[in-house]
Design a protein around this ligand. Structure first.
Ligand code: SIN
Length: 323
């Protein structure tokens, strides 16, 4: 039997509502990991399970300090010879950020599988128990090794780099807009569909000790006040991710402000507010780095780590072309 540690952090999977019909109005992070496991018949038959309550938060309260503390704890667990893999329960609102941060920093080939729920534990048809069971089954699977951090939600398995939450409330909220799921899981059977290409975990230049620099995201909209770009830089952002329109584009005034930020030493990354597609660099934005297929939220994490690791500008550009 595989020895799996379930590490809990809160979220809707541990949420409690006032009535079974309540699926959207509830208190997240109310139940502990023993209560979550007790709601999953057959869990103990899948793996030799130990549990740990790392935190009890709504994932909107996650921040870089939380990420680093979580990664440090997970690394210690993964380094234990008697642990074969980790399942992490997490709120869905920022699950994609935590998953990408972990896949860039953890040094392991052991499976690490994140899961959560869109409906609280008290709801009719709560999705958490089956998601948790499936995540454990994925973590036990021999082909889950060496794939980096995975996300198991609603019968699908996603790569941490590609996964995104695309629906506010529905149980099928998670998708990988550019890549699709890398596997499916039904009734304990996994069908692997694809293998993600980008280096991760053991293949990156980051680890859990890499500092996270302050990076702000600015999202494009008509009439965007350029003073916000200046404000981010003067208030301590070492990098800015521009979540532009379409192909990472910007108005004339924003283009000028971003160019000025580059000249002033801020690292500027161009991403898109569109959730699908690749960005093709423009020659009209010299000195700026293009996020490729990374969402603004994930581009921010890569930039935070890249600046924190004191990479040169050319090395940051290479990191964006690689990870
Ligand atoms: C959270 O992200 O902690 C709350 C929402 C959710 O888990 O779906």
């Amino acid at each position: 039997m595989q020895r799996i540690r379930i590490v809990a952090t809160g979220g809707t999977i541990a949420g409690q509502g006032a009535a079974p019909g309540r699926t959207a109005d509830y208190q997240a992070a109310s139940l502990d990991i023993d209560q979550l496991c007790a709601a999953v018949p057959g869990l103990d038959a899948e793996a030799d399970i130990t549990v740990e309550q790392f935190a009890a938060i709504d994932s909107k309260d996650a921040d870089p300090v939380f990420w680093q503390a979580l990664a440090t704890r997970l690394q210690a667990i993964l380094d234990e010879p008697n642990t074969d893999g980790v399942v992490l329960t997490h709120g869905t609102d920022t699950l994609e950020e935590t998953a990408y941060y972990l896949t860039l920093t953890l040094k392991t080939a052991k499976p690490v599988v994140l899961t959560g729920a869109m409906r609280p534990a008290t709801a009719l048809s709560a999705d958490g128990p089956l998601n948790l069971l499936n995540a454990v089954i994925v973590a036990c699977h021999p082909q889950a090794k060496g794939r980096g951090v995975l996300v198991a939600m609603n019968h699908a398995i996603f790569d941490a780099r590609e996964v995104a939450k695309l629906d506010t409330l529905r149980p099928d909220a998670f998708a990988a807009p550019n890549a699709g799921p890398i596997g499916l899981i039904h009734d304990g059977r996994i069908v692997w569909l694809a293998r993600a290409d980008a280096p991760h975990t053991l293949g990156t230049c980051f680890d859990v000790a890499t500092p996270l620099a302050r990076v702000d995201i600015l999202v494009a909209y008509p009439g965007f006040p350029v003073a916000l770009i200046t404000a981010a830089c003067t208030q301590g952002a070492q990098g800015v991710v521009w979540a532009g329109t379409g192909n990472g584009t910007a108005s004339h005034t924003v283009e000028e402000a971003l160019s000025a930020a580059v000249l002033a030493g801020t690292v500027v990354v161009r991403a898109s507010r569109i959730s699908r597609g690749v960005l093709i660099p423009s020659e009209r934005a010299p000195g700026q780095i293009w996020a490729g297929t990374l969402s603004p939220w994930k581009a921010r994490i890569l930039l935070m780590l890249s600046i924190g690791a004191k990479l040169e500008h050319s090395e940051i550009a290479a990191a964006f072309a690689t990870y």
